[in-house]
Design a protein around this ligand. Sequence first.
Ligand code: 5GP
Ligand code: ZN
Length: 112
Amino acid sequence: MNDCLFCKIIAGEIPSAKVYEDEYVYAFRDINPQAPVHVLVVPKEHIACANEITAENSVCVAKIFEAIPKIAAAEGLTNGYRIINCCGEDGGQTVYHLHFHLLGGKKMGESF
Ligand code: 5GP
Ligand code: ZN
């Protein structure tokens, strides 16, 4: 029984504003955007957090970082962007399905 929010979004059981999809990767708009462009880029495979990345499942991380420039170009982020991953409690992670925040459309501040 998989009770993961992002697995349900990937499966289409919970609606999302999809911006990109391929065999390994799903990307959709954050429900609470922190910048004009705020996209969550996630592996289709359930991986709880960065600590759970292994030699066996890391191909999806490469695929995510191959997808990010395509998503950024499609979103018009010609002047750069920020990628953030939160891992665990001290990292501020709230959804335990690995995801990378793609933020852009404004000049980001120095603090995280
Ligand atoms: P975290 O804090 O784990 O790094 O990021 C989780 C992100 O998921 C937050 O930015 C939050 O706004 C977003 N989020 C939480 N629930 C939903 C949802 O149901 N749909 C979408 N699109 N984003 C969500
Ligand atoms: Zn999941």
